[in-house]
Design a protein around this ligand. Structure first.
Ligand code: ATR
Length: 280
């Protein structure tokens, strides 16, 4: 009798566009791990039911994406310290021995590994601008501050949300809030990370051109087939080092895979395969 491979999936709504099944299938082939990974569309009203069902039926792990990253926290029996602080999870893992469901987030570490490892962008002592103060921004503040930037400015359309985040992380490093017009910043930043949802509507947060110089690394946490409105603007403003978030996606996936299987896949060949099919 052949046993069924361990089952994993990404849940989101919508989720059909997700690259996670392709990424994890490539990871499984590369590492020889016997697993299957699918995408499951879960509308918010079915979240509790469908997650419980998945694990009751023997599922081993889930990735959690928009719009469930915050709501799914309450389904975990245990949360990692970083997930608790981020206020979101992107990974659920069933511990077979204890039967307990563990929630974690690998988004922030995925971003930092892509920046510092894949792209060779230093963060230590650099001036970093994080644009956005929603769930996506929250999830990356702790790992960014752990890299000891010279300063981290969080700019948001609604300034009070940025101020709230700056207060929450004030003990972790030099972090402060600003409005999108950045009235106190005269020199270009070393690194700008776009973490708003504006691109989904074909828009971008309205930043001043002086925030960007030719040496500024501009990074958009979203991915797709086209460069985002923010990166198109950054190029026009003079930036030459512009990156979409495909590497962050693959690195957070590798960290989830490691949590589930105890082995970290090589990400470079997977990133290359995705780029070869037009993703960025
Ligand atoms: P996510 O989980 O994707 O971060 P969210 O928590 O709803 O989603 O946060 C969305 C973020 O995108 C916020 O920072 C939001 O700014 P506000 O806090 O002022 O709402 C930002 N955002 C969305 N559309 C935007 C736009 N057109 N211009 C600038 N910022 C935008």
């Amino acid at each position: 009798m052949t046993s069924r491979p361990d089952r994993y999936a990404v849940i989101g709504h919508p989720v059909a566009h997700s690259l996670s099944p392709r990424i994890h299938t490539l990871f499984a082939q590369q590492t020889g791990e016997a697993l299957e990974y699918t995408a499951i569309d879960v509308p918010p009203e079915r979240l509790v039911h469908d997650v419980r069902d998945f694990f009751a039926d023997g599922g081993r792990g889930l990735n959690v994406t928009v719009p469930h990253k915050q709501a799914a926290m309450s389904l975990a029996d245990e949360l990692s310290a970083r997930a608790r602080r981020a206020g979101a999870i992107n990974t659920l893992a069933m511990d077979a021995a204890s039967g307990r469901l563990e929630g974690d987030t690998t988004d922030g570490v995925g971003l930092v590994i892509d920046l510092t490892g894949n792209l060779g962008v230093p963060i230590g002592q650099r001036r970093v601008l994080l644009v956005g103060a929603g769930g996506a921004a929250r999830g990356v503040i702790e790992p960014l501050l752990a890299c000891a930037p010279g300063e981290l400015v969080i700019a948001n359309r609604t300034v009070e949300r940025a101020a709230q985040l700056a207060r929450e992380w004030s003990a972790d490093g030099p972090v402060r809030a600003a409005s999108l017009d950045l009235p106190d910043e005269q020199a270009p930043f070393d690194l700008i990370i776009q973490a708003t949802a504006a691109g989904l509507a074909g828009e971008m947060p309205l930043l001043p051109v002086r925030s960007v110089g030719s040496a500024t690394v501009c990074y958009d946490m979203t991915y797709g087939r086209e460069e985002s409105p923010f990166l198109r603007w950054a190029r026009r403003a003079g930036a030459t080092r512009c990156h979409m978030g495909l590497g962050m996606l693959v690195e957070q996936a590798a960290e989830s895979f490691r949590l589930w299987r105890g082995v970290r896949p090589h990400t470079a060949p997977v990133l290359a395969a995705l780029r070869a099919s037009g993703q960025r």
